[in-house]
Design a protein around this ligand. Structure first.
Ligand SMILES: Cc1ncc(COP(=O)(O)O)c(C=O)c1O
Length: 381
């Protein structure tokens, strides 16, 4: 029996998406920039996807820019906003951002920018008053992750965005983990820029979106990272990945349709697994529980056992989980996210994450609990 509980790392591409992508590759392989029939068909495919993605986040389709994924979208914001200034300014991020925001911000800091990293509490939450207090006359961007990948904590995005809007400062959120799990409406939420990635909601790897609020571009610009043929309204040059974009569109449409029921179903399964593991005192939950957490997400640290060791043992039992952030699972350092949340080095090193998805059912949950109990009682003896 194989059980995949690492949907935070990536999700399997849906069969409908694969079928559509194959059909697009077979018959709509034109270059969307070409003026002939083949080009027009590819353009129509891209524009349909733009509408589907826009609908998922209730955006103006004009604001949807296709990129290669979450990492590129995040980099595009941090570097693209910075590059419009001749002299270094001030930016604010949280201390629990994904490395795709954290590292470009570090780079800017090395080049004279001032970066404020907002602290979080033990649940991983940013305090909105800290943001309000950190704003300066030369703050040009605030970037706060919508939902943290390692601990599933959802930030008070509405409050944080409103503070930025009141101060006329741009607000970006990395919604890569949140899209498809919680509903996000960029018309009602004060969001100027948002990153998303198809492979976290059953599209394929290597395709994503940066949403740019069209009202923002009336006042400020974002200098593209990739220059060339001027595709995607000049924000992201390069011939578009038509098939992957088509797949992203379909994944977005299906995610929008399924989200209300699926997130309830996942939360129920997640809560069941949480309850089944609650009799293991050495397994300590991290992050928030309840409605402030992504519905498919569980995370723990073990009081004595290295997280990577547990991941390997579970893998031998046919169950895929991850330790800390999946993107840095190969690294030996403890999770910097847990350290920022106030956990010790050993607690951060012993962290694990279980993220559920479409294929998981009751039986998977029971089996996972059984395997975890067996492994941990074997380790004890
Ligand atoms: C919160 C967050 N942001 C960004 C990324 C990077 O996205 P991508 O894999 O599409 O580059 C990830 C990937 O795990 C993520 O979890």
């Amino acid at each position: 029996m194989q059980i995949y509980l690492d949907h935070g790392a990536t999700t399997p591409t849906r069969p409908e998406v694969i079928d559509l992508m194959v059909a697009v590759m077979r018959s709509q392989w034109g270059n969307p920039s070409s003026l002939h029939w083949w080009g027009e068909r590819a353009t129509m495919t891209i524009e349909r996807s733009r509408l589907q993605v826009a609908s998922l986040i209730n955006a103006d389709p004009e604001g949807i820019i296709f990129t290669s994924g979450g990492t590129e979208s995040d980099n595009m914001v941090i570097m693209g906003i910075a590059r419009q200034y001749r002299t270094p300014q001030h930016m604010i991020i949280s201390s629990v951002e994904h490395s795709a925001v954290r590292l470009p911000a570090n780079y800017l800091e090395q080049h004279g920018w001032e970066i404020t990293r907002l602290p979080v509490n033990r649940q991983g939450l940013v305090e909105p008053n800290d943001l309000a207090r950190s704003l300066r006359p030369n703050t040009v961007l605030v970037s706060i992750i919508t939902a943290q990948n390692e601990v599933g904590t959802m930030q008070p995005i509405e409050k944080l965005g409103q503070i930025c809007r009141n101060a006329d400062v741009l607000f970006h959120t990395d919604a890569v983990q949140a899209i498809g799990k919680m509903s996000i409406d960029v018309q009602t939420l004060p969001i100027d820029l948002l990153s998303l990635s198809a492979h976290k909601f059953y599209g394929t790897q290597g395709i994503g979106v940066l949403y740019i609020n069209p009202l923002m571009t009336k006042k400020r610009s974002l200098i593209p990272l990739i220059q060339g043929g001027g595709q995607e309204r000049g924000y992201r040059s390069g011939t578009q990945a038509v098939a992957a974009i088509a797949g992203l569109g379909l994944a977005a449409e299906l995610a929008e349709k399924e989200l209300p029921l699926e997130s309830l179903r996942l939360a129920k399964l997640r809560d069941r697994l949480y309850a089944l593991l609650a009799d293991i005192p050495e397994l300590v939950p991290t992050g928030l529980m309840g409605c402030g957490r992504l519905p498919h997400h569980l995370s723990f640290y073990h009081q004595h056992i290295d997280g990577r060791h547990l991941v390997r043992e579970m893998n031998f039992a046919g169950i895929a989980i991850s330790s800390g952030s999946a993107c840095s699972s190969g690294a030996i350092e403890p999770s910097s996210i847990l350290l920022e949340m106030g956990y010790s080095q050993s607690e951060a090193r012993n962290s694990i994450r279980l993220t559920l998805g479409k294929s998981n059912n009751e039986a998977d949950i029971e089996w996972t609990s059984l395997a975890m109990h067996q492994i941990l009682s074997r380790e004890k003896s």
